[in-house]
Design a protein around this ligand. Sequence first.
Ligand code: SAM
Ligand code: SF4
Length: 369
Amino acid sequence: MTGDDRGDAALPDEAAAHRGDAALLDEAAAHRRELAARRAGDGMRDGFGRRVEYLRISVTDKCNLRCVYCMPAEGLPWLGRSEILTYEEIGDIVSAMAALGLRRVRLTGGEPLVRKDLPRLVELLRAIDGIDDISLSTNAVLLPALAVPLRDAGVNRVNISLDSLRPDRVDALARRPGSHAAIFEGLRAAEDAGFTPIKVNVVIMRGRNDDEIEDFARITMDRPWHVRFIEVMPVGDNLGISADEYVPSFEMLERLRRMGELRPVTGPAGNGPASYFQLDGAAGTVGVITPMSHNYCDRCNRMRLTANGRLRPCLFGDIETDLRTPLRAGEPLEPLIRRTLEIKPERHHLVQGSAIGSGGLRALSQVGG
Ligand code: SAM
Ligand code: SF4
């Protein structure tokens, strides 16, 4: 019996018909309409009517790299083990949200692959009624050992962060020697495991890697990669980078246009915020993600779950709901999820080079960037 069937069985139809109780029949019909809407995937709507059906889950705040725009070199004060949601607790939260219309999840972090036994979480999420897409954001370093188990467990798609094609630069940007070789091995492992097409995320910074926009685009001529250039966002310690090295998307696109005709295309599955283009004859696409120059908040379809069980309706700002405490106390989550959805802000209020609007975040890794 499915969850929905159980819902139908609880309908008061029979008793209502017996007593001729019109109000009860109306209630039963409303209940049935609600179930039908959920089955049709109508999903959760926020206070601005946006349909929210996607949850990014940070499975850990820790990371094996220290990308210059993301984390301080010395790392951050990490969460304690008991503060972090267990896989079963993540499953309980996703089940509660799936009953309201959640359809897709992405595992992220920190670096999700540093959390032990991640394929077990994927299997657990895969078994939840209503969840039909599981994706992963990773720096790829640990993919050689994990690509096949993750694929077998049910991950459909991976996004891989790669900020340069040059070994010395990757190592410097990630502040870890050997990162370039490890990431490329991870990329190969992802392709060999059948994760195609692959999305590659590149945070563009002036003077560090902006001269590689064309090189990345050239790769898409032969490889079916979807390379997405991301505008750097101001968070925590990176305000200097955000102020001095920010490259707006129009500049990225201007450089791409000089390479040849850029045709707007739909892009790969995933329904994310990127705008995609294709160079003539290319196997892959190039895209831009423009949180700063053109925020896409009006199309935002997501919420975020932090590693310690806070549900965040927006990546930035300070609105979050503690789901861990009520979950551990055996209290229902649905009213809290609905309330968080209702107060999802209309847009973020980030200002380039400033901490304004970031809600005191130290790094995107803390909230599942
Ligand atoms: N560790 C994984 C990775 O690097 O893909 C997942 C977590 S990481 C926080 C998710 C994405 O956020 C990466 O593509 C990363 O480049 C991006 N990111 C982190 N900090 C950022 C910032 N300040 N501005 C723009 N993108 C950022
Ligand atoms: Fe780690 Fe990803 Fe942040 Fe880089 S961007 S430090 S890989 S969490």
